[in-house]
Design a protein around this ligand. Sequence first.
Ligand code: NAD
Length: 346
Amino acid sequence: MTQKLRIGIIGLGIISAAHEVGFEQARNSAEIVAICDINEQRAQQRAAKYGARVYTRYEDLLADKNIDMVDIILPHDLHYPVCKAALLAGKHVLMEKPMTIHPEDGLDLINIAKKQAVKFMVAENTRFVKAYLEIQKMLEAGTLGEIYLIRTLIAGTEIYRMVDPNSWKGRKEGSGGGVIMDAAPHSFYLLRWLFGDIAELKAYANQIVPGSEVEDNAIIFGRLKNGAQFNLEFSFTVQAPWTERLEVHGSKGSVIIDQILNPPSLYYTHAQDYSPQPLKDVLYNPVNWKTDSIALGVSQFIEAVINDAEPPVRLVDTYYAIAACASAYHSLKSNQMEAINTQEGV
Ligand SMILES: NC(=O)c1ccc[n+]([C@@H]2O[C@H](COP(=O)([O-])OP(=O)(O)OC[C@H]3O[C@@H](n4cnc5c(N)ncnc54)[C@H](O)[C@@H]3O)[C@@H](O)[C@H]2O)c1
């Protein structure tokens, strides 16, 4: 392709800056030509940086024939309708997680993207976190042996947004749920990508922040089909920098990763190993580890579009992640262990 890929961004909220870093890194092959946000001033300001066209209605941006790919960075309830419209308009689509609130809508998007023959990827940054890529190599090499236990934590504060009446974070309608809908897709994606399918799960959730309509703390635990136990924790009420923790405990050793600890990773080779080593190449980067992974996802998706290659984050895995979220919410109601209900073959 001689012409650069022409990008339209829809939604200029908090995480859009990380996506822009990715576009900047891909500047030789892509350029931002249009910007859309219902907040016109925000859209104007951001567009000025790129000399981009400004829209306040996503329908108008999607009708712009001089856009090849859109990046959808919107509240959760808008993912399905805006992504569907973008795919039907023939655009390649990168979209933030969760794929959709309802799994059946996610499946619909997968089918539409197939029919339209365009590239579609959920911007699941988990796939691009350096520490997890290192774990992937260790698992492939069998370094940790048989995996018995996987623990994760995603934690930070969203209290200020949950109590803000102008934010969708604490509203059931805009968010589709609280910390489970918001953060669990990352951990479910991680489980499936690195460790395998879930046999059953159970969730417990708590609503601590007054004035919010959704859960702000949760634990989901269960068993993978390969027998490993998993415990996933999520919190919107932690007064420390945003972190993700992953513990992988196998028959030949353990790795503990925590993005806000220094060093952020430790590898234990046996039960009496009191001198664990940090993983080479996993650097202490508490401010930018998230941005770096999002930016890498953006630039790799652009590469896939340009080369007509499979995007690195598989749609079936991001669909699986939202199906697992649905099972977690179901288990809150049923108070039972739940299986993951996905369409046959996905
Ligand atoms: N990968 C990650 O780690 C990560 C981190 C944060 C957020 N996210 C995801 O990114 C998405 C956005 O989150 P955020 O924190 O940036 O939200 P935000 O509330 O900060 O931003 C949303 C933006 O969308 C705009 N908007 C709302 N309705 C619109 C419409 N109809 N048309 C055009 N613009 C509209 C708002 O004005 C706002 O600028 C969510 O899906 C969220 O889960 C992902």
